[in-house]
Every structure is written in structure tokens, then in C-alpha cells.
Design a protein around this ligand. Sequence first.
Ligand code: AMP
Ligand code: GLY
Length: 424
Amino acid sequence: MKVLVVGSGGREHALCWAISKSPKCDKLYAAPGNAGIADVAECVKIKSDDVDGILKFAKAEKIDFVVVGPEAPLVAGLVDKLESVGIKAFGPSKKAAQLEGSKAFMKDLLAKYNIPTAAYGVFDEPDAAKEFIMKMDCPVVVKADGLAAGKGVIVCHNKNEAYAAIDHIMIERAFGDAGDEVLVEEFMPGEEVSFFALVDGNSAVAMASAQDHKAVHEGDVGPNTGGMGAYSPTPVVDKALHKKIMETIIQPTIDAMAAEGCPYKGVLFAGLMIANGEPKVLEYNVRFGDPECQVLMARMKSDVLEALLACANGTLAKTSITWKKDTALVVVMAADGYPGHYATGSEINNLGDARAIKGVEIFHAGTKFKGKKVISDGGRVLGVTSTGKTVKDAQDKAYQAVDAIKWPEGFCRRDIGWRALERE
Ligand code: AMP
Ligand code: GLY
């Protein structure tokens, strides 16, 4: 098969790395890819949100299967366009991608089908939103409806903060059109986990759970990022909770989407809040998490390409997915200043030494070549990924690899996996 992976981050490097190992994969392309992806795929200079460019390339190269990494091309309808010309793709249709593309769509669906989530209101003008806030207990959470690159959520500790958040989104239009509507939500305390399931329209097969570390600094302090590290499996999701998540959240959502006339296929990424053993939905994403995908790919034993194909073919019920028992852990190395302003273009050395450590893989998130040198080209730059018998073992190896890498302009959190380590 000729396969094309769309995207250029650590998630897409992990997908390319896993897909390239499949005996079914004869030729692998990435659009646009990065310096690490170039090890396992041919990178083509087409941006991931250039829907028409991707369509043109896939037709010209007679691509058999397109795996879409990020949400933007999904929400823009890339999968619909590919399928309309007979090209198979992994990912939801434009309509089904609303699960991530519109928080109001997602919350209304959960409410209609009694799927557990925080109480909420949706508003298209600021005064009504403020009146609703007036009657709520604090903290409250204010969210822009549309895609805002993970920045459209503001946790407000008092009412004045919440009124200011409404003005920020609706009047200052900090997130542009994504703020045409706002959601105001009840705050849910608890522990967050990322839960993944593969879906083919009707059936869902659970993947593993993972835990992200969103804050930039150790101890979960500082501004939120796209994710500074992750590990899988998560001890907080035991067998009973896993079953509960599938039965009360994932399957009912798949059934609801089918009933609404927009059957879901692809990967369903549920951001969950767990309190007293009860899971509730924080958000849905219609793609793999980044960096969660890196640890999932490191742990997946079965053929990844076959599993993704089964989602597109509607044959998931006949496909089994097996996992390594080991823990996988990824430490993200980011450019100094991230998630605020950061520079690009600094040289990264000794990647070979780090990769030589047994059980370590380095997934590139934001790199490119300058001649033969690898240079930084983004905020999150590398995902140093390791597997080990225990969380401690995986963590030790990952930091050994981090220390082998010579990149003075980068930093990482030193406590990835701390919740699991405390349990271990
Ligand atoms: P979201 O993009 O909707 O997942 O929100 C980003 C982050 O804000 C989540 O990962 C949570 O840490 C936090 N958050 C969002 N909604 C809530 C809520 N209702 N209660 C508590 N925390 C929340
Ligand atoms: N790591 C969180 C996300 O991909 O949204």
C-alpha cells in the first residue's frame, strides 16, 4: 500500500514510525513531515491544512490510504474530499469532527443522550452569559466554542474573572470567530486522564489510557501547553473504570453520533475527569493526543496500519489490538520560552547517542534540517520516549536519553509520570 500521513508533529512521527513497520506498507509519505519523520517516510512540502494540495497529491500519487494527524484538516472536511474521489482515509467526516470543532455541538449531544459531563450553558451574547455566571458557584470555566489551538479555555476563580473572560472572548475576540459563542461550565475537580478508542462508525475498540502533563513547569504549575509529557498505561484507570468508561461514555457517544446521522470513525480521544471513581467528559478530540500518541505507538504490539484501516473499512469488530505490558513514557523537550515567545533555528546534537539507549525512541515534534544538521523549528521540539517494566524504569531511561542530547536552548519537565510514581 501507498500511505500518506498528514501532519508534522511528534504525533505524526510516532504514527509514521509505527506504520512504517507494517508489512502492508510499501511506500510512506508525510505532508509536510519533519527531520525525524524523514528517517521513515518521504516528506512532501504540503502544509497539513492545505486540503486541496493534499487531495491533489493523493490523487496524483495514487495513495491508497491517508492518515490524518491534526484536527484542522478534519474539521475542514479533508476526509470527505478524499472519500469523494475514492481514497480511503483514517479520521472522521467534517460533520463528525464537530465533536472537537464545536464545544456547543459536543455538549448538546452529551446532554441529549445523558452522557456524564459538567453542567453548562451556551451563549451567543455576553450579557446572557454573565447572567448565567451570576447564579453559579465558583470556580467556573469559560470556553470559546470553536478551535482555539488549545487556548480557548479559561478557569475562573471568581465572578469578576469570569465576566472578564467573557469580554476577552466575545468583545475583544481574542480567539476570532471561535468566540462567536461561549460555553460556561461548572468546574469539575478530580484527576484528568486521556482515553482513546478506535471507532469504525458502529463499533469501538478501546486503546490504552494515558496521562498528559499540560502545565509547563514541574509540579503542574505555570501556563498550559500542548502537553509536556505523558505515560501509559495509567494506574488510575483500573479494569472496572475502563469498563465503565466504555459503557457509559464511549459506546453511548458512538451510538449518539450514528443516531444523529453523522457516524463517527477514526480515533475518539476523550479528555476525562475522574473523581471518586466516576468518569465525566471534559472534552472530545477527533484525533490522537500529542504527546499521548507517542506512548500509545510505543506500546502497541499489533499492526497499527491494519488497525487504522479497520476503522476506515468498518471491520473493527473483527480486529484485535494487543499491547505491551510495559509502561511507555515520553518527555517533551521544548524551546526556551515556550509556551510564550521562543526562538527557532538552534542546533540539536547527540540524538544518535540518546537513541542508542535500549528501549528509547526520539520522536521529532518541531525540527528541520539545515544542511545535515538538525535544528529546532517549533515550540515543542522533541519527544524522548522510552519503555520500561515500571514507571520508574521508563522514567529513568527517558531522562538518561534527555541528558545525552546536546541542546542548550531547550528545556523539559523533570517530573513526568509523578502521579503514577506516587502510586507505584
Ligand atoms: P478542554 O480543552 O475543554 O479540555 O479544557 C482544557 C483544560 O481546562 C482541561 O484539560 C482541564 O484541565 C480544564 N477544564 C476544562 N473544563 C473543565 C471543567 N469543567 N472543570 C475543570 N477543569 C476543566
Ligand atoms: N495532549 C493533549 C492534546 O493533544 O490535545
